[in-house]
Design a protein around this ligand. Structure first.
Ligand code: ZN
Length: 323
């Protein structure tokens, strides 16, 4: 009766990793219980998720082929586009979020277009033979925006209800908003990964989405984990550009940032309980060092208590069964 914080299945968003093929259900080694799923299996998961009271899934794609312009991200028959169409056909009430980024679709695994600083070095060479030092390449922010906007429009046309850009390029929310509006998709909202920190907690995801950078790291475009005030500025910029919902990622190591965002902004606030948070609980529980269910619920409650009303979590289905 006096409990201050309540979890319900409606708080959850379930991440799904779509891969090519049929009848594919391949477990991610570092994330027990999480799978790469072909479109038919994604539809099955979507149906189960919705039946448990979870209102939304977020789709990530593992394309057939990767290249240097992320074709798989914006192609009409991309895996995410196929999955969105199939889910809309079978489970029309489920809200589909589409992760918009390029790293899963790029041969080099970066979230934007990569340019070698030395003109003699071609992009192909950069991907094939990684430059030794980060100083030898840079991310082309503005040309990356075009591909991100194209991806968002393509996903929305395929049935994605909420566009969720995770790339952290500057100006991407505005670019995506203009592209959606230009395509007549004026009612498609944007959930911005507004404060996404460069984090060691993403490790297992990169196996799940096969998106580890082939060289360098993402610190030039993701945020410094030491900066909470900068996070507020990043969120503010995304709101000015037209974000309808905002996200903090990861969740557990950044509960103070979630709290600060909740106090300062009045948009719906999401937090992503990322792969490393999940893998730590799974690994410790596997060794009988912690009570798995108890820690699962406690960690989700803490994220909710900090102020997130939406939690993207690999525990969405399981926690919903307990509630
Ligand atoms: Zn990315």
């Amino acid at each position: 009766m006096v409990r201050e914080t309540r979890l319900t299945p409606e708080n959850f968003v379930y991440p799904l990793f779509v891969c090519p093929g049929e009848g594919v259900r391949k477990e991610v080694r570092s994330m027990p219980g999480v799978f790469n799923l072909s479109v038919d299996e994604v539809v099955r998961e979507a149906r189960e998720t919705f039946a448990l009271g979870v209102p939304s899934v977020i789709l990530f794609g593992l394309p057939e082929k990767k290249d240097e312009v992320a074709t798989g991200a914006w192609a009409e028959n991309g895996v995410v586009q196929q999955a969105a169409r199939a889910i809309k056909r079978e489970v029309p009430e489920l809200q589909i979020m589409g992760d918009v980024c390029l790293c899963e679709y790029m041969s080099h695994g970066h979230c934007g277009i990569v340019k070698a600083r030395h003109p003699t070095q071609s992009l192909g060479a950069a991907a094939a033979a990684p430059p030794a030092a980060a100083a030898e390449y840079e991310i082309e922010n503005d040309s990356s925006l075009e591909l991100l906007a194209k991806t968002a429009v393509s996903q929305a046309r395929a049935g994605v209800d909420i566009i969720a850009p995770s790339d952290m390029m500057d100006g991407r929310v505005g670019a995506i908003r203009r592209a959606l509006d230009g395509a007549g998709l004026i009612n498609t909202p944007i959930l911005s990964y507004a404060a996404k920190f460069a984090s060691g907690f993403y490790g297992p995801f990169r196996e799940a989405a096969d998106s580890a950078p082939a060289f360098g790291d993402r610190r030039s475009y993701q945020m410094d984990g030491a900066n909470a005030r900068e996070a507020m500025r990043e969120i503010e910029l995304d709101i000015e550009e037209g974000a309808d919902m905002i996200m903090v990622k990861p969740a557990l190591p950044y509960l103070d940032v979630i709290r600060a965002a909740w106090e300062r902004f009045d948009l719906p606030l999401a937090a992503y309980q990322v792969s490393g948070e999940y893998a730590m609980i799974e690994a410790a529980a596997h060794n009988h060092w912690i009570d798995r269910e108890r820690v699962m619920m406690e960690s989700l409650t803490s994220i909710r208590r900090a102020g997130a009303s939406l939690i993207l979590t690999y525990y969405a289905k399981e926690a919903s069964k307990k509630l």
